[in-house]
Design a protein around this ligand. Sequence first.
Ligand code: NCD
Length: 308
Amino acid sequence: MNFKGRDVISIKDFSREEILHVLDVAERMLPIAEGKEKSDLLHGYIMASLFFEPSTRTRLSFEAAMKRLGGNVIGFARPGTTSLKKGETMADTIRTAESYCDVIVMRHPQEGSARLAADFASVPIINGGDGAGHHPTQCLLDLFTIKREKGKIEGNSVALIGDLKYGRTVHSLAYALALFGIDMKFISPPELQMPKEVVEECREMGVEINIENSLDDIGDMDVLYVTRIQKERFPDPEEYSRVAGSYRIDRKLLEKAKKDVTIMHPLPRVDEISPELDSTPNAAYFRQTFNGVPVRMALLALVLGVVE
Ligand code: NCD
């Protein structure tokens, strides 16, 4: 297993063993992520954080991960203040950034942009989300969260809920859960169903997929993975207003679920999860947010070749 110099573009580029290895390294990073232990593992390394699209958790947790390991960060979160504004291409922006750093983390609204960037960059590119495409690092932290909350990944039943059409986190997660043999329910309004190719791919991998339109039947689920309706990706605002607020997880719904159901959300939430659930032991979404730090530490240390 060799991670040094590798790009992290899609979770599909990882085998099950490689995923488990990243999660094991992340586990070892926990005391450093929590600030209980100090580390200089990435001292002298520079990460460029290039965010062409809004982000809170992905960018901050990557930056925290790098800094907790003694590394440095350069970058931008407001592309409007860079030479892109003067008409520079993304390709030239990437070529510029790579001459100043050892690894690039990027988020871009266009699907396929990270793969494209990896074609002309010689430093590793880590995809922090490419449009409605992939979000591999979120996927790894989601798996890490399931493992920590449930003790293991295998054997859980998972419902992916909300905007399964435009949500990149669920595109990555559905594939990864299928890789672990997990049966899934895909619950969304009919307009926002999981793309056919994702459903077919999961079924070909041998897992059972149930496609549903309502939250009536979640009583035997171990994990509810809730997502935001991706307003910014709707070609037609009318279409958005028809589905906005379709599903809401609240106390009443929790009563219908397993007592120890784990509620996850990549965040940001708009109104999909009632804040009254935040103080329940079922609400794992803020622990999930924290888990971004050890998982991203593990990835940075692996692709920079300082751990194996
Ligand atoms: C998600 C994203 O950007 O895809 N957020 C995240 O990275 N935690 C989910 C979303 O924006 O709804």
